[in-house]
Design a protein around this ligand. Structure first.
Ligand SMILES: [Zn+2]
Length: 170
């Protein structure tokens, strides 16, 4: 399944555009690598506005619940997405470089056919914690044992690949 919502961001801002919708997590293919499963959906709102310096920008709000994998037991770990971000639109690569040096706001290049869903996916991926695990005592010990067993049995050159394979067969 794929979803898309394409805008011309500068026109969107000019028209004070506002749009909201839902995206099934299943549709966010690049996000899947980070997830335990593809359940859930994200709710988003995007609006176009000029900031106080009259620079065009996009404001995004993203909410939802996704399932990460616990890095200790590889079990399902509920993660709440609650994101609000503002992006300054720039028109050239040079402006983008300049904006990147200025840490106060994130900038993106205003391409005439910007895929909002892809933008949301980027923001969600960037927001994910580098490491995530259950609270102490909440790990699924049984799963942990079976993973250890599987690892010692397979002696894979890449242990993480074995873990992923295991996760998929379950
Ligand atoms: Zn755990």
């Amino acid at each position: 399944m794929s979803v898309s919502f394409v805008i011309n961001p500068l026109d969107f801002v000019q028209n004070a555009g506002i749009h909201h919708g839902k995206i099934p997590v299943d549709a966010l293919v690049r996000l899947h690598d980070f997830l335990f499963d593809k359940e859930g959906e994200l709710i988003y709102q995007i609006s176009g506005q000029f900031d106080k310096h009259e620079k065009p920008g996009l404001h995004l709000e993203i909410n939802g619940k996704i399932h990460l994998s616990c890095q200790r037991c590889l079990g399902k770990l509920l993660h709440t997405i609650d994101l609000q971000t503002s992006l300054v639109l720039v028109k050239t690569e040079a402006e983008l470089d300049q904006a990147d040096e200025d840490d106060t706001a994130d900038a993106i290049l205003a391409t005439p056919d910007m895929d909002v869903i892809s933008l949301i996916e980027d923001e969600v991926i960037l927001s994910l914690p580098i490491s995530s695990w259950h609270a102490e005592g909440e790990c699924n010990v049984q799963e942990l044992e079976s993973i250890k067993e599987n690892l010692t049995n397979k002696q894979s050159a890449h242990p993480f690949a074995a873990l992923l394979a295991l996760k998929k067969t379950n």
